[in-house]
Design a protein around this ligand. Structure first.
Ligand code: SAM
Length: 381
């Protein structure tokens, strides 16, 4: 089993752990009792993590200041991996990958083809849900990196459900044969991998060049779903042309605009508050102008600023309560003020806004009477 789909309670030596420092700073580490995980807040010896339950908070006292720094140690999931992985390319984020897998009805019976592998973000999500993933990457070092990573994560090799192949799919298609550079381990009599894909995902600059080759590897007696992930509309146009030409139907283009809504309280402000605020601005402005005028006069007359200047200096009292946010801070929800519930949009949600082009194909439209009869009999009984 892969660490990404197998659950365990406690951290052990050698585990891959995702260290949550903050929402946009998650770091993967391999636990090694001789190592120390350094952050700008402090240093956390890996030894402190061993034996802790996944999800625990680990705190240390910071040097000098009598304060605590803390991290959370999390079990890897495809979603957290997407947020923490080393980027080798642009990646597909969870709002897109989850929608695509749902739309293509991915399940343990799915045999998916994916090109290119890139940073392996989507590959990890696929690997958890599908029966088998065939991933292709034409860039040599990227293929090697992905293979190493998949191996470390328990995704490739015998009885695992990911196969990665070094291949330019636009030029050479998707078939995997004995002579190819691939993670597939061929059986003695096996000359070619029987892929029989029923899901296809293309994240390539020119998917239209790969589409004609799909025929060789998609299954002919099932409905096959396809999604192309392209950042610009011209690419979508060319993809649609190729899909139409090669017998794909039910074409639809979708764009995911993921937003996260937060429930917050906002202070209720009245017209009187607004008037008071305007008066305050005006008062501060005229006091400032007067002070500036006095300073200029003292410079022109070459008189040092007399003590009286200090005396004359207007004392602008710090605004005690300012419903518009400046001045003394009021804690959200303070019972002394009136509040209303509002929703705020989380700005930093990570989603690479590409266009998703979906299409479907049923190659063999003839009816297998024998199979239909069997299904009917089983439902009757
Ligand atoms: N979906 C990936 C992820 O979530 O990490 C990112 C894919 S990245 C945007 C595109 C990848 O496709 C690159 O790594 C590139 O090298 C690879 N690529 C481009 N053209 C290719 C081709 N003709 N055959 C195979 N891979 C290709």
């Amino acid at each position: 089993m892969s660490v990404f789909s197998e659950y365990k309670d406690c951290i052990e030596e050698g585990d891959l752990v995702l260290v949550w420092i903050s929402r946009d700073n998650i770091k993967p580490i391999r636990v090694d009792s001789n190592e120390i995980f350094n952050t700008r807040y402090g240093s956390f010896p890996h030894k402190m993590m061993i034996g802790q339950r996944y999800g625990s908070q680990i705190a240390i006292r910071t040097k000098g200041a009598n304060k605590f720094a803390f991290i959370h140690v999390l079990q890897p999931t495809p979603e957290l991996w997407t947020l923490s992985l080393p980027h080798r390319t642009q990646i597909v984020y969870t709002p897109d990958s989850s929608y695509i897998m749902e739309r293509l009805n991915c399940n343990p019976r799915t045999r998916a083809v994916e090109a290119g592998t890139g940073s392996g973000s989507f590959s990890h999500a696929f690997a958890r849900s599908v029966g088998h993933l065939y991933s292709y990457e034409f860039h040599g070092p990227r293929y090697e990196e992905a293979l190493k990573e998949f191996r470390e994560h328990g995704l490739v090799d015998a009885d695992k459900n990911v196969t990665i192949t070094h291949r330019d799919v636009c030029r050479d298609g998707f078939r995997i044969r004995r002579e190819d550079v691939t993670s597939h381990q061929f059986g003695e009599d096996e000359g070619e991998v029987a892929i029989g894909a029923n899901v296809v995902f293309l994240d390539l600059p020119a998917p239209w060049d790969a589409i004609p080759h799909l025929e060789e590897v998609i299954c002919s007696d099932e409905k096959v779903g396809l999604c192309c992930f392209s950042p610009c509309i011209e690419q979508v146009d060319k993809t649609i042309e190729a899909l139409n030409k090669h017998g794909w139907s039910d074409l639809q283009m979708v764009e995911i605009q993921a937003k996260q809504f937060e429930s917050r309280r906002q202070m209720v402000r009245t017209v009187d508050d607004a008037i008071e605020r305007l008066r305050d601005v005006k008062r501060r402005k005229s006091e400032g102008l007067e002070r500036r005028k006095r300073m200029c006069e003292s410079l022109v007359s070459d008189q040092p600023e007399a003590d009286e200047t200090e005396e004359k200096r207007p004392v602008t009292e710090k605004t005690k309560f300012n419903p518009f946010g400046k001045g003394a801070r009021v804690k959200e929800g303070d019972a002394n003020y009136k509040w209303k519930e509002v929703t705020k949009v989380e700005p930093e949600i990570k989603s690479h806004t590409s266009y998703l082009t979906f299409a479907f194909k049923v190659a063999n439209k003839s009816r297998d009477e024998e199979a239909v009869q069997k299904i009917l009999e089983s439902t009757e009984s």
